[in-house]
Design a protein around this ligand. Structure first.
Ligand SMILES: *[C@@H]1O[C@H](CO)[C@@H](O)[C@H](O)[C@H]1NC(C)=O
Ligand SMILES: *[C@@H]1O[C@H](CO)[C@@H](O)[C@H](O)[C@H]1NC(C)=O
Ligand SMILES: *[C@@H]1O[C@H](CO)[C@@H](O)[C@H](O)[C@H]1NC(C)=O
Ligand SMILES: *[C@@H]1O[C@H](CO)[C@@H](O)[C@H](O)[C@H]1NC(C)=O
Ligand SMILES: *[C@@H]1O[C@H](CO)[C@@H](O)[C@H](O)[C@H]1NC(C)=O
Length: 703
């Protein structure tokens, strides 16, 4: 058995010194056999050679309907090599490895790549490294892609920078479904954010990103005005009125872009349209199908209900480039037999319409009643309160994806975590040892399946926004997952990292994940990122005194001792946004605001600092206001500080008015006055929109 061998391997290694563990491993962990001799420095790569026999090969048997070719994966890999090691790499086709190349090919012998249940998996690969180059042989192009992630990770982790150690690894995932689920219904996220998250997930070999894009905020009681959103935007008559929020939606083109860019990195988008619970967006569209007494549920015996759902799915099924979609079907409070009949009817419709299969959240497990959900429907288990996934679903022939709520993140509400509980990933088996997708309960072993149970498809960890958009900004979803994604990814793959190894590798890797800058890091020579002194006669080009050459431009006039700001001119830095931690300092005098309730002081791509008239951060479409404001017509030193999960404003004016670390808090939800910290990015791109003077603007990396 593959896993008991791995276990023994880990125990044997555990007595060796830390350093030798790093060699050839990564996140997820890797079984690596070192060979004598020098490794291969990634800076030396000149070409990525794609085996011409397989250049156009695609992995068609997976979840994605738009899998990239081997040549396309190679092109993306070459971009990453350039971004990480600075190597200028060309992609060519050929029949064998050439010196200083990385050769990508497919393996004839695929029997050695097996999953946790001992079945063949197409996502396995073999990596061979020597002084003159690297060969990655995959069971499929997707297997090769995961091999490229290993090469990058080994280069980054190498003590000798970017040298991939000489040796061989044969690697394959234990489970075919590995990923995350984001509640983008009760909080909007821009498509760029989703795409960057895919890059992040892919670096740790996750392959599935579930997007829950129809739901309503949790309040009591629900009203027809409760925040509820359906995020896809179609101009089709059949769904006219279903979505009324054009600026926080995805058009077909947007959704194609998300799906295509994620697929390019081996990640499939798995969309979820939730019903017959959490269905207020649908009820707001068709009020007659509400369940009497609870507006977020659908009345499944109403003659319009099933046709409404069929209309929605018929419109959007062609948009989805995946073989599995989720109909949600979570937490339904109506009769279970009506629910089961509904799920089966929608299943039949979706299969017939599209050939896709469906997934539901574990809700009414089989109970011997006349109607049961078809075993063609896969189950997403989350709570032992709603089901016993092993005894009730798996033993009755259902496939299960494990979304165990011990790893839930609910952004700033309730008992669930604010971050993924990573201690549990390393210690979650009640019998001892780490959590794996076969563990449905950390407390009761009788609920857990054997590791080689073939009906376990894998695991997907969700993040929810029960209390809607006013409790977080986009990036807080990333920060809640930043460590959790790689920690879960190790176990979803079947890796055996210890908490100590993870703590060693993670900080070394996290700053180098390609094709994303979710943490909004700005490279800087020292602690000061920019420093503009505007007290001397300024020209159009304003020199950055930090040493980073982040020189700014302005078309505002100088007064001789300050820059004169008006809504008709601007001061523009070459930077857009800065993530935690930071201190942004402005020395300014605001003489006049055009709109006392809505004036921009400085804006960036993730946030805007405003006077409304209170000091306000506008971010993710929401105004987060302090209970204080700066005085007008006098000089003020204003400082915005981000420290971890918190953001503060302080100021001091010429006449002695002050605020000391006033903290920005969640904007609140009616009926749930919980106040939590807010973490904003610094707005650092453009100063304009007010009338007055600016003397200095600086940004440092310290909070
Ligand atoms: C569901 O709709 C049917 C048909 O209109 C109606 O008779 C019934 O009262 C409704 N039930 C609920 C719980 O809303
Ligand atoms: C553990 O799970 C089994 C199987 O579902 C159940 O019968 C038993 O009552 C559970 N034990 C506890 C202490 O909850
Ligand atoms: C979308 O438009 C609404 C209504 O104008 C506005 O309140 C919201 O802030 C906008 N959303 C974003 C992300 O800008
Ligand atoms: C503003 O004051 C109100 C009332 O005292 C308080 O509930 C709220 O938390 C304060 N808001 C902030 C952002 O401090
Ligand atoms: C603005 O601040 C004042 C205190 O200066 C506070 O009473 C008021 O509630 C705040 N307004 C908003 C919209 O937060």
């Amino acid at each position: 058995m593959r896993f008991s061998q791995l276990g023994a391997f880990a125990t044997a290694l555990a007595v060796l010194p830390e350093l030798s563990l790093a060699k050839g491993s990564g996140i997820p962990s890797l079984k690596f056999t070192e060979s004598p001799g020098a490794g291969f420095p990634l800076q030396d790569v000149q070409t990525v050679v794609v085996d011409s026999r397989f250049a156009q090969a695609k992995y068609e048997e997976g979840l994605s309907l738009i899998p990239p070719t081997l040549a396309e994966f190679a092109a993306t890999f070459a971009e990453d090599l350039h971004a990480i090691a600075g190597s200028k790499v060309s992609v060519v086709e050929g029949s064998k490895a050439s010196p200083q190349s990385i050769f990508l090919t497919l393996d004839d012998d695929t029997a050695k790549y097996v999953d946790a249940a001992g079945r063949k998996t197409a996502e396995g690969y073999t990596l061979d490294t020597g002084r003159s180059g690297i060969t990655i042989k995959g069971a499929s192009p997707l297997g090769v892609w995961w091999g490229t992630r290993t090469v990058l990770q080994q280069g980054i982790l190498s003590a000798d920078k970017f040298v991939v150690p000489a040796g061989t690894a044969v690697d394959a995932p234990g489970w075919e479904t590995r990923g995350m689920a984001l509640d983008g219904a009760r909080h909007f996220y821009p498509k760029e954010f989703m795409i960057e998250l895919c890059s992040y997930m892919s670096f740790f070999k996750q392959n599935t990103f579930q997007l829950h894009l129809s739901d309503n905020q949790i309040v009591n009681p629900f009203t027809m005005d409760t925040y509820a959103r359906f995020r896809w935007w179609s101009d089709s008559e059949s769904v006219a009125g279903l979505n009324k929020y054009r600026n926080e939606s995805y058009t077909r083109e947007d959704f194609d872009e998300i799906q295509t860019k994620c697929a390019a990195r081996g990640v499939t988008i798995l969309p979820e349209i939730e019903a017959p619970g959490h269905a207020l967006p649908i009820v707001q569209w068709k009020p007659q199908i509400a369940y009497e007494g609870n507006l977020e549920l659908l009345n499944l015996t109403h003659p319009d209900t099933l046709p409404t759902l069929k209309t929605i799915w018929a419109e959007f099924l062609p948009w989805f480039h995946t073989k599995v979609v989720s109909i949600g079907a979570d937490e339904y409070g109506g009769p279970s037999d009506e629910y089961k009949i509904f799920v089966n009817a929608l299943n039949e419709f979706i299969v017939k319409e599209s050939g896709k299969s469906i997934r539901i959240w574990g809700t009414f497990p089989p109970d011997g009643s006349e109607h049961e959900v078809s075993t063609d429907v896969s189950i997403q288990h989350w709570s032992t309160y709603f089901d016993d996934a092993y005894n009730q679903y798996i033993k009755n022939g259902y496939s299960v994806v494990n979304s165990y709520d011990t790893f839930y993140v609910v952004l700033k509400y309730g008992a669930y975590g604010r971050k993924i509980n990573i201690d549990t990933t390393f210690n979650g088996n009640p019998e001892g040892g780490p959590w794996y997708p076969n563990i449905f309960s950390t407390g009761n072993s009788s609920m857990n399946a054997p590791k080689d149970e073939p009906l376990i498809q894998g695991a997907i960890q969700p993040l929810w926004n029960d209390h809607g958009p006013t409790t977080s900004v986009y990036s807080e979803a990333f920060w809640a997952w930043r460590e959790g994604i790689p920690a879960m990814a190790d176990k979803q793959w079947g890796g055996d990292l210890t908490a100590e190894q993870f703590a060693d590798f993670f900080p070394k890797l996290v700053g180098s994940v390609p094709a994303q800058n979710l943490a909004r890091v700005i490279p800087s020579a020292g602690a000061t990122i920019f420093d503009y002194d505007l007290t001397t006669e300024a020209s159009e080009a304003v020199k950055d005194l930090s040493g980073n050459s982040n020189n700014a431009e302005t078309n505002c006039e100088s007064t001789g001792s300050s820059l004169s700001i008006t809504p008709d001119c601007s001061f523009i830095t070459p930077l857009l946004s800065k993530g935690r931690d930071y201190t942004l300092s402005l020395t300014l005098k605001v003489d006049e605001v055009a709109d006392a309730t809505k004036t921009t002081l400085i804006s960036g791509t993730d946030s805007v600092l405003m006077l409304t008239p209170n000091i306000t951060m506008f971010s993710a479409g929401v105004y987060f206001r302090l209970n204080t404001t700066i005085p007008l017509k006098e000089w003020v030193d204003l400082e915005i500080k981000a420290v971890g999960e918190q953001t503060f404003a302080s100021f001091k004016s010429e006449s002695g008015k002050t605020a000391d670390k006033a903290e920005f808090l969640t904007a609140g939800v009616t009926g749930y006055p919980h106040m939590y910290p807010m973490a904003f990015e610094a707005p650092i791109h453009q100063v304009t929109g007010w009338t007055g003077e600016l003397r200095a603007l600086t940004l440092t990396n310290d909070g």
